[in-house]
Design a protein around this ligand. Structure first.
Ligand SMILES: NC(=O)c1ccc[n+]([C@@H]2O[C@H](COP(=O)([O-])OP(=O)(O)OC[C@H]3O[C@@H](n4cnc5c(N)ncnc54)[C@H](OP(=O)(O)O)[C@@H]3O)[C@@H](O)[C@H]2O)c1
Length: 175
């Protein structure tokens, strides 16, 4: 199964503006890009906080063809769970990716946050990383990776979503 990380980022590397949840800082063009991109995946994995930031919109949209898996230590408390649509797991990215492969899924979006991106890269699981760069700087916010890591990628493609916003598509070096 292919695993692709997707994130919108400030030009100084923040995934959120300070401690404000969600991606409200991202442009309308990026939101449209993200929604279009999601349709090309048959599954996705997100951490509980990332899910909660988008929960209202996810529940409003209703079940779609993409199986969404949310990582949490307390899966039992999410009564909105629906098999094959929205599932909750007390497990890491590697274990869930193995499960998704067993279930026949072929293309998975890794939606963050920090711990999930870090685990996937540390274990060499991430095939591609798509980063939208927005022309804003926050100084503080959620970061993509935790700890003193050194992950290397190569640029596969860059796409201008507008005069202001770039998507940089990286792939794992040597991958
Ligand atoms: N700009 C972007 O593109 C972008 C991308 C991603 C996230 N974000 C933002 O960043 C914020 C969230 O990121 P975050 O890094 O703080 O949190 P996160 O990764 O979304 O969620 C962390 C939570 O996920 C669960 N979790 C993670 N690994 C687990 C494991 N191995 N086993 C079981 N549960 C696990 C735990 O939930 P429990 O506490 O329930 O156990 C943990 O507290 C949100 O505001 C989100 O909107 C932005």
């Amino acid at each position: 199964m292919q695993l692709l990380g997707i994130a919108a980022m400030s030009l100084d590397g923040c995934l959120t503006c300070h401690d404000r949840p969600g991606t409200g800082f991202a442009s309308a063009e990026d939101h449209a890009f993200f929604q279009d991109a999601l349709q090309t995946f048959d599954c996705s994995i997100a951490g509980r906080r990332t899910y909660e930031a988008a929960r209202e919109a996810i529940l409003r949209a209703g079940p779609g063809p993409r199986l969404q898996i949310v990582l949490t230590s307390t899966p039992g408390r999410f009564t909105e769970a629906r098999t094959d649509h929205l599932e909750f797991r007390n497990a890491g990215v590697a274990e869930v990716a193995r499960e998704l492969t067993r279930r026949g899924r072929t293309r998975c979006a890794l939606l963050g946050g920090t711990g999930l991106y870090t685990e996937a890269c540390a274990l060499g699981l991430l095939d591609e990383l798509w980063v939208t760069i927005e022309p804003v700087a926050f100084g503080e916010g959620v970061r993509m990776f935790r700890g003193p890591v050194e992950f290397r990628f190569e640029l596969a493609e860059s796409v201008a979503l507008s005069g202001n916003t770039l998507v940089l598509k990286y792939r794992r070096l040597g991958g």
